[in-house]
Write a protein that binds this ligand. Structure first.
Ligand code: 5AD
Ligand code: SF4
Ligand code: FES
Length: 363
C-alpha cells in the first residue's frame, strides 16, 4: 500500500524527518515517487554544464574546504583568459549547451572586470548560444548586476547549511563569513533576475536529521530555481578534519544525500537539480543513482587537465586525471546507464524559473 505521506504535495518537518530515516518499503516508495515526479514534470532529459574551475585562489577560510586561504599545501593557479576561452570553445563545439564558471572567492575590481570580459567573449564566440552559469561566491549587488548584464543568467551560491548556529561552527566568526550576508546575496541574485541556485552539504559533523529537514524547507521557502547538494567529504588539510570522529560513515552520507535529492524532487518538481561530483567520490555509480533519484543536470569537467588536481575542495575528487574528452565520453555512458538521455545544444533552463516569470508577466 502506498504510504500516506507520499500522497502529499507538501511535507511537514516531521514528515521529512520520517522520509530521511526511512528504510525498507517506505524508502523504496520514496525513490519510486521521486522518479515518477521527475518523469512527469521534466521528462527523461539530462542537461550538461561544462565545468570550468577558473581559479583555486580564495580569500575565505571555510573550515571544511580544501582550497581555503590558509591551506599552504596546495599549489594555487589561475587559468589564463585564453585557457578559459578554449574550454568554453570545447563546450560549444561539443554541443554542451551551457557552461559553469566556478572559482574560489575573490572580490576585486580586476576580478569583476575579468569575469565580465570573459562572459562577453564567450557569448561572442558561441554566437550567444552557450548558456552561462556563474559560481563565484559572494559579491556585491552591483557586481552581480554587471555579470547579469554581460550575459550570465544563472548563479549558484550554496547556503551550505540553512541552520545558522551550524553555519557558525563551520566558518570563522567574522564579517567575511556571515550567514546573513549569504542570504542577502541570494536575495540580490533573485532580484536581479538570475535563475538562482543554492544547496547544502550533507553529513557534516554536528548536523542532525532535523537540520537537514530544515534545509529542504529553506529551499522550498526561498523558492529556488536550482539546487546542487551533496555529501560533505573530509579533507585532511582543513580544521574540520579534527572533528572526523563525529562523522557518519561515507555510505550513510551517500544514502542521506540520495534521500535529500529524492525528497526535494517531490517538494519542488520542476527545479533543476545537479548530480554533484562529490556523490561520485563516494560511490562509483553515484551520479547514475542520483539521476534516477531525481537529478537532471550533470557537470562534465572541462578545466584543462594540468590544473584539475589543485581544485580539491575535498579528497578523492573524481575526474582529476581525466581530460575533457574523457569526461565527455564517460558522462555519455553514465547517463545512458541511468536510463536517461542527454539534451545536447540546449540551455536546459530551470522550468520552475520560466513558469514563475510567465506568471509575473501575466495580467
Ligand atoms: N566536501 C564537500 N563539499 C565541499 N565544498 C567545499 N568543501 C567541501 C567538502 N569538504 C562545497 C561547498 C561549496 C562548494 C563549492 O563546494 O558546498 O559551496
Ligand atoms: Fe573559498 Fe568556497 Fe572553499 Fe569557502 S567553500 S574556502 S568560499 S572556495
Ligand atoms: Fe570525468 Fe567520468 S565524468 S571521468
Amino acid at each position: 500500500m502506498k504510504s500516506a505521506i507520499l500522497n502529499k504535495e507538501n511535507f511537514s518537518k516531521k514528515e521529512i524527518i520520517t522520509l530521511l530515516n526511512s528504510t525498507g518499503e517506505l524508502r523504496r516508495q520514496l525513490f519510486e515517487k521521486a522518479a515518477a515526479d521527475k518523469a512527469a514534470h521534466l521528462g527523461n532529459k539530462v542537461y550538461l554544464r561544462g565545468l570550468i574551475e577558473l581559479s583555486n585562489i580564495c580569500s575565505k577560510n571555510c573550515y571544511y574546504c580544501g582550497i581555503r586561504k590558509d591551506n599552504k599545501n596546495i599549489e594555487r593557479y589561475n587559468l589564463t583568459d585564453q585557457e578559459v576561452i578554449e574550454a568554453a570553445d570545447f563546450a560549444f563545439k561539443n554541443n554542451y549547451g551551457s557552461i559553469v564558471i566556478q572559482s574560489g572567492e575573490m572580490q576585486s575590481a580586476n576580478f569583476t572586470t575579468r569575469i565580465t570580459d570573459l562572459i562577453t567573449k564567450i557569448k561572442k564566440l558561441s554566437d550567444n548560444k552557450l548558456g552561462i552559469t556563474l559560481s563565484c561566491g559572494e559579491q556585491t549587488r552591483d557586481v552581480y548586476a554587471k555579470w547579469f548584464d554581460a550575459g550570465a543568467h544563472r548563479y549558484l551560491l550554496r547556503i551550505e547549511t540553512s541552520v545558522r548556529s551550524l553555519y557558525e561552527k563551520l566558518h570563522p566568526n567574522n564579517a567575511e563569513h556571515s550567514w546573513e550576508r549569504r542570504i542577502e546575496c541570494l536575495n540580490s541574485l533573485k532580484d536581479i533576475g538570475y535563475q538562482t541556485g543554492t544547496g547544502v552539504m550533507i553529513g557534516l559533523p554536528y548536523q542532525s536529521i532535523s537540520d537537514l529537514a530544515e534545509d529542504l524547507l529553506f529551499m522550498k521557502k526561498t523558492d529556488i530555481d536550482m539546487c546542487g547538494m551533496g555529501p560533505y567529504i573530509e579533507h585532511e588539510d582543513t580544521p574540520l578534519y579534527a572533528h572526523k570522529s563525529h562523522l557518519l560513515p561515507l555510505n550513510e552520507r551517500f544514502e542521506l544525500s540520495m534521500k535529500m535529492i529524492a525528497i526535494l524532487r517531490i517538494m519542488m518538481k520542476d527545479i533543476n537539480m545537479a548530480a554533484t561530483t562529490a556523490l561520485q567520490a563516494i560511490d562509483k555509480l553515484g551520479r547514475e543513482k542520483i539521476i534516477k533519484a531525481g537529478a537532471n543536470i550533470i557537470m562534465p569537467n572541462i578545466t584543462p587537465g594540468m590544473y584539475r588536481n589543485n581544485y580539491a575542495l575535498y579528497q578523492n575528487k573524481p575526474c582529476t586525471d581525466e581530460s575533457a574528452d574523457d569526461c565527455k565520453n564517460c558522462i555519455a555512458a553514465r547517463v545512458k546507464i541511468a536510463g536517461a538521455e542527454i539534451a545536447y545544444n540546449e540551455w536546459g533552463d530551470s522550468r520552475h524559473f520560466s513558469k514563475k516569470n510567465n506568471k509575473k508577466l501575466a495580467p
